[in-house]
Design a binder for this molecule. Sequence first.
Ligand code: GUN
Ligand code: ZN
Length: 470
Amino acid sequence: MSTLHRGHIFHLTGRPSVQEAAEALVEIPDGALWVEDDGTIAWCGRYSERPERRGGEVQVVDHGDAFILPGFVDTHMHFPQVNSIDAYCGGQLLEWLDRCIFPAEARFADEAFALGAAKEFCNRLISAGTTTSLVFGSAFPVAQEALFDEYQRRGLRGVIGRGIQTVGPETAKPLITSEEDAIRLTEAEIERWHPATEEAARRALVCVAVVPRFSLSVTTKTLAALGELYDHYRSSGVYFTSHLSENNRPGDGEIAAVLESFKVESYLDTYDGYFLPGGKKGGHSLLGRRSIMAHCVHCSDAELARLAAAGTAVSHCPNSQLFLGSGTMPWLRTVASGVTIAAGSDVAGGDNWLIPYVLNTAFKVHISEPGAAGVALHPAVLLHMATVAGARALDLEDRIGNFDTGREADMVVIDPSRWEPLANSLEWGVLSDDPEKRTHGRLFTLLMACNEVAVAETYVRGRKLNDEKA
Ligand code: GUN
Ligand code: ZN
């Protein structure tokens, strides 16, 4: 049976660049979204103009005054940090990893613990209206098995990969494997969970990524072997993701440590095959169309240009950048490079699961950038980061990201009556008399004032997901 969802629709039509987001913005106050039983969108428009249905039954789901948006895409988050939100370490990134995160992630060796955590992780995604996620997984196969199983059982869309570490400090020891095991376990995960044929890939909701934690967690030998592995699997649509240029504390921050330990001048080079001393080539590049780099707070213009040329996207995680004292990804300079910028919660460096809250922080940090770098992001640009850019970053733009005919119906229903501050702002806030400006004002309030309790329903490919909360 096909379904007609009735509600207040916002989405960005077509395939807009970030600069074209405002033009692509569509608001349909009494809108309807026609979803076929295979989960694809047959039609999106005004309820009063819905087409006549010939043959077959149609179920109408009336969401009342609630808003219907494309499901949020979170392009960077950590499964084994599900319980580590707001962990206090008294320092920045490297101290936080050492004192809070490595010990927390070591717990995932326990299968029963990991099973519970996988359920909780999926509950959190569904509660936050996140329909697609790119996930740093656990080092432990039992935990990975639990997460892949849970995604499939719940019907979530995602790209997941085990966290690879072959070197690190004492606290990371439980997460570190031999060089051989790092490759063997990654390959086994791809063979077990990544769709094996093009037909399977078209139907699949879950794919696999190759995920070295960051350059500091792997040796040059591992990077060379991962290059070989990725070269082999690239054509089957396997993803690559890692962290890049996040924390720049002078002397002993992440970036200084990478440049010092690899003896290179560009952090990006370590993922681009040039990881030997002096930036000499040592293996294949890990960049490309299905490659996503988290943070990129301190990239040079040359690094941003290389990311854009390779088709590698940036996952922008401003909550985490604030929490770990990493600074702010420069908005205008990053946009000017042409790279795709998608939103990431970076749970648990980011201390909130809700993508609109990531957008809220993005707005604040970019309006506060110094001098001419400061910019008030347009609400359509915020929506772009959360939907279209996320789909593009994950090479899923043919399938998700908006409500154009033929896309798969991943959507989130936001009901302001569940969160009074949002309802009040929408009801009583002053909006312009100009219809276009009204649309912009309403979307801005909806995204900025959203709270997880206002997320009423989450759908992937037309199917409503259950958050299974007690
Ligand atoms: N760099 C290496 N590992 C991590 C991590 O777990 N979180 C963040 N934010 N940065 C990292
Ligand atoms: Zn991260």
